[in-house]
Write a protein of this length. Structure first.
Length: 172
């Protein structure tokens, strides 16, 4: 409900309220998009279009409902639209074709996130990122994703187990 205060201000013409809405939701929006698209740059693009859509349709938001869930749903829908459009494209693996990207050696930043993106289902990845990167409690995530708390906990534990097993298999 804390976001409702800022949304109400935004509806009433106080543009400075957008900054707080953005600050409170940016991580969850990013990881919601990343869970669907599995591409950091596209997830950032989705963030931009999400907030543009939020601004455009702010009048349609019903105060007193779950603002975070509303914004995340917009982000997920934007990401799904992009995913559908990109289905016909042929991806190029940047690690196999480093010279194509003007790089001579592989960047190891984000390997754990990349591993998580490869191994985990979309909802497991999103829950993992919302807990660890955004600091949300499982109860909050359950409300955002309209999922029972035990299911959130099970998916989170399952994601951790998958990552732990993969890292042990790799010798870490």
């Amino acid at each position: 409900m804390a976001l409702d205060k800022y949304i109400k201000k935004l509806i009433n013409g106080d543009a400075s309220a957008f900054d707080e809405i953005y600050n409170q939701t940016r991580k969850s929006v990013y990881y919601a998009a990343l869970a669907v698209l599995r591409d950091k740059a596209l997830a950032e693009d989705v963030m931009q279009t999400t907030y543009m859509r939020v601004l455009k349709s702010i009048q349609s938001y019903t105060l007193g409902t779950n603002a975070s869930a509303w914004i995340i749903k917009i982000a997920k829908n934007e990401a799904l639209n992009i995913k559908k459009l990109r289905m016909r494209e042929q991806p190029v693996n940047e690690y196999e074709n480093l010279t194509l990207f003007g790089v001579s050696e592989q960047d190891t930043y984000g390997e754990l996130t990349d591993l998580a993106k490869r191994l985990l289902a979309d909802d497991e990845f999103l829950i993992l990122m919302l807990v660890n990167a955004c600091g949300y409690k499982r109860k909050e995530i359950g409300q955002m994703l309209d999922m029972p708390i035990p299911t959130v906990t099970w998916k989170y534990q399952n994601a951790l187990l998958k990552l732990r097993n993969a890292l042990e298999k790799e010798g870490y």
